[in-house]
Design a protein around this ligand. Structure first.
Ligand code: MN
Length: 199
């Protein structure tokens, strides 16, 4: 059985980037629903007792249908949201990456600002609902992935590092249709210490 993660900050701690109202619905209603759905779908599936990552890999076959497809969607959304919420902290806690991650970003993008611009552009150009991810391969090479719906790097053998949610439920209360404004603002609350540990 999976349970809803506890947020490591108060509901209003990420304002004005993410309002308490958005967080209350996004964490308390949307993520809770994905957790509940996954717990209902798992019994009898043969995937009980596995980790989220294992469930995602085993249910991610392109040919998956029915319950397996539903399990993939809900397990993917639980993992995506857990990594999303846990990578944030009140603004100014850690303004940028350091060390190995920063060096790799600068090597591949030239500068942190160029990386951020590329990440935002890929989030804006992702059609429909989904997630933009910074991901790493087995050699530590970074890339930015655009994933539809519940898909994520784990399903493609890559390591998930940082993610922005581009489903409208993530930003509509605060930004309405201005997805680009939300993506630009999110950098202020990224806890780069958490992100670096994932890399
Ligand atoms: Mn979401």
């Amino acid at each position: 059985m999976f349970s809803l993660i506890k947020l490591p900050y108060a509901l209003d701690a990420l304002e004005p980037v993410i309002s308490a109202k958005t967080l209350e619905f996004h964490h308390g209603k949307h993520l809770q629903a994905y957790v509940d759905n996954l717990n209902k779908l798992l019994p009898g599936s043969g995937l009980e007792g596995l980790s989220l990552e294992e469930i995602i890999v085993k249910s991610s076959l392109p040919a998956a249908t029915g319950n397996l497809k539903a399990i993939f969607n809900n397990a993917g959304q639980v993992l995506n949201h857990e990594m999303y919420f846990l990578q944030f902290a009140p603004a100014g806690v850690m303004p940028g990456p350091t060390g190995h991650l920063l060096a790799q970003i600068e090597k591949q993008w030239g500068s942190l600002d160029d990386f951020k611009a590329d990440f935002e552009a890929k989030g804006v150009s992702l059609f429909g609902s989904g997630w933009v991810w910074l991901q790493a391969d087995a050699n530590g090479e970074l890339s930015i992935g655009q994933y539809a719906n519940a898909d994520n790097p784990v399903a493609h053998g890559l390591k998930p590092i940082l993610t922005f949610d581009v489903w409208e439920h993530a930003y509509y209360l605060d930004y309405q249709n201005r997805r680009a404004a939300q993506l630009k603002a999110l950098w202020d609350i990224v806890d780069w210490k958490v992100v670096e540990e994932r890399y």
